[in-house]
Design a protein. Sequence first.
Length: 534
Amino acid sequence: MRRRGLLAIASLGLAYATVIQSFSWNQTSHYALIRSLAHGTARIDRYANETNDKARYRGHWYSSRAPGLAMLSVPAYGALTALHVPALARDMKAQRNADEMVWALGLWGAVLPALVLLALVRAAADRLEPGYGTAAAVTLGLGSLVLPLGTLLFSHVLAACLGFGAFALLLRERAGPPRTWWVAGAGGLVGYAMTTEYALLFVGVVVGGYALLRGPRVRRALAYAGGVALGLVPLAVYDQAVYGSITHVAYADLPRHQSGFFGIRLPSLTVLVALLGDSRGLLALAPVLAAGLIGIVLLYRGGHRAEAVVIAAVCASYLLYNAGYFLPFGGGSPGPRFLVPTLPFLGVALAAAYRRLPGPTLALGAISATTLVTATLTHPLVGYESETGIWSRLLTQGFFQPTVVSAFGAGRGWVAILPFLLLAGAAIVLAASVTDLRLSWAQVGWGAGAAAAWGLYAALGPQGLGIDHAAEARIVAAGDPTALIPRAGPHPLEHLAVLAVGAALVALALARVRFGWLGRRPERARAALDPTGS
């Protein structure tokens, strides 16, 4: 079973690797910094025209991104350059007048961290809820923002991987005798996570508290702090070399970040509702995460109180921080990308939800996978809430993002995305083969009800309740007056909602056929699931 679980995660990683996404300022900013560092400078003057995510300082342009992803990607860039991949990439047919080197670097800086992240979620979830880690990880990998951002050269998945890795390391350490070096290692992961994304500070604080739940506390506190300091050394060296101060970061030179604390003010309830419930909202597109929130309670009641509190604290801190940020969705993004660090923690809680509430969790998981796979394969970098309607339009037209098949002249139709669909399907089948859902008719009914409730809200709620308008007004206030231009009709998710609810009902029907008799005949059912005991 362990082998098949790992194979499911590997299949997802390969699926991610097949997609060659369009560019954005965020990606080209990272790419500019990678190339500049490879040539011995942090100045991106040479590439300044390729991105608008940049900051001016003393007559030179610098990337406004934290340097962790670029630093980690420089060796990969050097290896690809030595193999003459840049010249080869420019001749590929996947992207018109583009450079597939961004995709190639993304295999190292985004796809590989996503693969590691999902493997860590699987291991941590199995430690708390044995047998449900693979289902939780595959659901997270297909039904959350980990999917689209794991196929883009953004730093969020890498930072989340590092931050969650610290928690996973300490979770394993708690199962044995105290190991000070493990605590220091967790601190080092958190420190480099902050080098990659400054906001990983919140994970660092919560995980630090988790590390101090056992003694000797003074020694563990020193070890953790020392590890964090070591992980921050690359950031300090970078800032000192570029700005002459280890406390000066690129964000400080952006006009909007000079208001409040780097653009962060007191949390807004209106923004909080938008982050969760508008057409790009976290729970609107990935409702399975609501099951993860319930899973936190189930973990707490099941005796994993410290872990449940950690997950809840991480989620609360990022929601509050993001609700006070001047641009909560972060520009072109399929959802609130600054909340990505919460996703692996919620992924662990999904294991408890699968065990106790298999019907609703499966149905919402199928919905989430449908919405996020569609967004990833069509046009993930939407800029406004109403623009999400483009996903169903492009799906109907059969026009997708290019893939590795497109690079060899296969175009951007259904044939192009076939490798992704086959690999993602294999991951689902493998996850189902190692998971005992015990799906009763009552659970099927609860699942169908949850799917119907989500479908009604997604189709009508974000626009009908004015949530989308409030989010778009926030974008206008941030400096983009085009956010309120109508783009996709009155209810941008209505067609996608119908498709997603249909997928949920199919998933429940198939799962009932596969798992419905487990509750009556557990011994023979388990043998059918795993006749070899592997």
